[in-house]
Design a protein around this ligand. Structure first.
Ligand code: GDD
Ligand code: MN
Length: 388
């Protein structure tokens, strides 16, 4: 099959027949071999309606009905994408706010431009978001697009509408396993997790044909959490390992003192043990994907040892000054100092130790090579792609 149209549905019974009719009209005119896949989580009679429509539909119509809907709208979309191996897959809403007549231009754009994803955007010439129910929603939508793009300037550089629910993906380009299904913004999830080439066509966002929108405050909060996780996936893993190291540090510090070692000597031993442990864990779990493009492993180790060693020497000196002058207990003072040190270490690791090589320019450069070079993942911005 050339194309699967994946349609997530939640209580969309009155829209199904008209959607199928218009999708068929659009793709048959364009001569695209197409199936429709409904991924349905409805609590009403939508599944019956889909089955009924499928019987007489002039193109294949499949339904995945989920009794246990995992991951909401995004989970439904991922399940639909997974279920098909068509070359192209279009994701669209089931309420006809997305014009089926746009489908052929999505596929054509992707094929002609050779891109991985084509976004139907409300914010390019010819697009509009008049169908959003009110001015407040339009404003919220605009603000969240700007914030989101600012968080992922590189990955989302190619799109004006990362929140769109109407887009086409080239099946072979998308790593579905790497996606976290949650919330409403599956396109954002796809684009932020992978380096993909993006094209756009205009989207005229219509008013709903029938039924009501499922977007609410909860979706807004879900978007916030999704952005945080996409953005800070790496740093939160780093923090977890740092916390483990900090606990180990404090345990060693307290333990050695218990056996009569002075607190300064104990702090030195604790520092060396935790630097080694942190390095091994971060190599394995946090910066695994950046190792190939960074300096060699021994250089990474020495940079880490030098920086973290200096950091803990300075920290231990600060510990000494503070404990001697204020007579506060050493362990809580150390805990505060470790948090400060953590921030500095993350910046150094991500900016210096695992900094990616610049790519050497090719000697004879063809247009294709220039394009490839532009899209190659050179020095990614801080934590722009999260840890796996
Ligand atoms: N399977 C399934 N499960 N489908 C769902 C669920 C769910 O939990 N929640 C919503 N849907 C379906 C709806 O039935 C509809 O077909 C589509 O997902 C979009 O839901 P709407 O409730 O119509 O959302 P909207 O119109 O407010 O939001 C649209 O615009 C946003 C951009 O402003 C969607 O296209 C969003 O994806 C898009 O981000
Ligand atoms: Mn809608």
């Amino acid at each position: 099959m050339e194309l699967s149209v994946v349609v997530p549905t939640f209580n969309e019974a009155p829209n199904v027949a008209e959607l199928v009719r218009r999708v068929h009209a659009a793709v048959s005119e364009a001569g695209i071999d197409t199936e429709i896949v409904f991924v349905d989580d409805s609590r009403d009679n939508t599944p019956d309606v889909i089955r009924e429509v499928a019987k007489t539909a002039p193109l294949p119509v499949r339904m995945i009905h989920r009794d246990v809907p995992v991951g909401g709208l995004s989970g439904a979309v991922i399940e639909g994408l997974r279920s098909s191996d068509s070359t192209w897959q279009v994701v669209m809403d089931g309420d006809l706010q997305h014009r089926p007549e746009t489908i052929p231009s999505l596929v054509a754009k992707g094929t002609v431009d050779g891109v991985d994803v084509v976004v139907a955007s409300r914010h390019v010439a010819g697009g509009s978001s008049d169908g959003l129910s009110n001015g407040l929603r339009r404003f919220v939508s605009q603000v969240s697009i700007q914030v989101t793009k600012a968080l992922f300037p590189k990955r989302l550089g190619g799109t004006t509408d990362p929140m769109s629910g109407f887009f086409a993906v080239r099946r072979e380009s998308i790593d579905l396993e790497g996606l976290h299904p949650r919330g409403f913004k599956i396109l954002l999830e796809i684009l932020a997790r992978q380096d993909l080439q993006i094209g756009e066509v205009p989207l005229v966002f219509e008013a709903r044909l029938a039924g009501t929108s499922k977007a609410d405050m909860k979706q807004g909060i879900a978007l916030g959490r999704q952005l945080f996780d996409l953005k800070f996936g790496r740093i939160s893993g780093f923090a977890a390992i740092g916390a483990l190291g900090a606990v180990a540090n404090l345990v060693i510090l307290a333990g050695l003192q218990h056996f009569g070692v002075g607190y300064l000597a104990a702090a030195c031993i604790a520092a060396i043990v935790t630097i080694i442990g942190n390095f091994l864990l971060q190599e394995r779990f946090i910066f695994n994907d950046l190792k190939a493009g960074a300096r060699g492993v021994w250089k990474r180790w020495w940079h880490t040892f030098a920086f973290n060693g200096t950091e803990s020497a300075v920290r231990t000196f600060a510990l000494w000054v503070i404990v001697e002058t204020t007579h506060l207990p050493s362990v809580p003072v150390q805990a505060v100092l470790i948090v400060i040190g953590f921030t500095l270490r993350y910046l150094y690791q991500s900016r210096v130790v695992y900094k990616q090589h610049e790519q050497a320019p090719a000697e004879i450069v063809t247009l294709d090579e220039i394009l490839d070079h532009e899209h190659a993942p050179t020095s990614p911005a801080l934590a722009e792609e999260p840890a796996a």
